[in-house]
Ligand binder design. Structure first.
Ligand SMILES: Nc1nc2c(ncn2[C@@H]2O[C@H](COP(=O)(O)OP(=O)(O)OP(=O)(O)O)[C@@H](O)[C@H]2O)c(=O)[nH]1
Length: 356
């Protein structure tokens, strides 16, 4: 019954994988922008454009700092905001003094904004950018060029915005698919370790105690054998729905095995988690599924103890669940606290009729 082997690496967490891709994107944008822009510092200096040369030095220094912070501190220097700001200022100023030679840089700058900033912020920044470039073009170029530049830059922004929006949607959808169980919509095990570790940190730092409930349907194999696999699937779906209805927004429901579920209850003591476990079991046992399929479940409850790891916490709950099954099923067993010596006391049986 032990399904809590630790995951191989953090890459099994889809949310962390997405953040990893974002870091790579930020790194590549700053690195290649640095490679392209650094030689221009000298070019502009030789053309007596000291102010532009100074702005480009700032741009390159920022790119190097972002790369260094990413590498050594795993954070974004000034939240990555300097790249868009400097790129926009440099492109606009360069166009005003260099004409078309400066204008060409506006196109990659406008595109890069959508990869570095949140969609809404990038859109607003680009509206400002296109407006500034339109004013500069109006003053600098003939009217026909002004229209061409404004429309082509605007169109580039629209293409980049649609692309960034779709990539964002795709990323959200992939994360959802990777983190949830398709049958019941519950969370799957991909983020289990991180979510439990977070609760452990809340316990260690702020004395905010969480509990978890494990529960497993009794004799589920019989349901499959008697009513068919499809009916079994529908029972699991309805089960998840019924549990979800009873939970708070902050509680998290996982499906961690075929007919085994886990609920993480932040800021909840063992006593309250135990009451909830009884209510859930009563709800499951008293109302048949799909109109006439009767089923019961066994459950265990464990409050997180100081100093324990997520796998020890889960193992305590798992042992108590095993105890509930072996004592006849359809009951809740409270996991006992780990003793200071690390030995776990025997689980405590709770009378279902009494509640605690
Ligand atoms: N319909 C359906 N059945 C599943 C799914 N996942 C696992 N099962 C079935 O769940 C049953 C679990 O059987 P067991 O592990 O023997 O557990 P049990 O029959 O509930 O018995 P106890 O847990 O000991 O009370 C097996 O028949 C699995 O095929 C699923 O997604 N859909």
């Amino acid at each position: 019954m032990n399904v809590f082997a630790p995951p191989d690496s953090l890459a099994t967490n889809p949310t962390l994988a997405v953040l990893g891709f974002k870091r790579q994107l930020v790194f590549h944008l700053h690195f290649w922008a640095f490679v392209a822009v650094a030689p221009l510092i000298l070019v502009q200096w030789n053309q007596d454009h000291q102010l532009l040369s100074g702005l480009l030095i700032l741009f390159c220094a920022n790119a190097l700092l972002v790369i260094a912070f990413l590498h050594y501190r795993n954070t974004y220097f000034l939240k990555g905001r300097m790249f868009p700001l400097l790129a926009v200022v440099c492109a606009a100023y360069s166009t005003s003094i260099n004409g078309h030679a400066g204008l060409y840089w506006a196109y990659p700058a406008a595109t890069a904004l959508f990869f570095l900033l949140p969609l809404r912020e990038a859109t607003v920044s680009n509206v400002v950018f296109v407006t500034v470039m339109a004013v500069v073009s109006f003053l600098k170029f003939p009217e026909a060029d002004f229209w061409r530049i404004t429309f082509s830059l605007g169109l580039t922004c629209v293409f980049a915005m649609v692309f960034a929006w779709l990539v964002g949607k795709l990323q959200q959808e992939l994360t959802r698919l990777a983190t949830t169980d398709p049958l019941t919509g519950c969370l799957n095990r991909s983020q289990l370790a991180d979510i439990l570790n977070h609760q452990i940190q809340m316990r260690e730092r702020y004395e905010r105690v969480s509990s978890l409930i494990l529960f497993d349907l009794d004799y589920f194999k019989v349901i499959n054998d008697q009513w068919g696999h499809l009916a079994g699937d529908r029972v699991l779906k309805e089960m998840a729905m019924r549990i979800r209805k009873r939970l708070r927004e902050s509680d998290q429901l996982f499906r961690i095995g075929g007919e085994e579920f886990m609920i993480v209850l932040p800021e909840t003591r063992q006593k309250d988690a135990d009451t909830l476990a009884h209510q859930l079991l009563t709800g499951i046992g008293s109302t048949p599924f799909l109109d006439d399929i009767k089923i019961t479940a066994s459950a265990s409850v464990a409050e997180v103890c100081q100093g324990e790891t997520w796998s020890v916490w889960l193992n305590r709950a798992d042992q108590a669940l095993y105890e509930a099954k072996s004592r006849g099923r359809n009951q809740v067993v409270n996991a006992r606290r780990a003793t200071p010596a690390g030995v776990i006391d025997a689980p405590e049986l709770v009378d279902p009729a009494v509640g605690n």
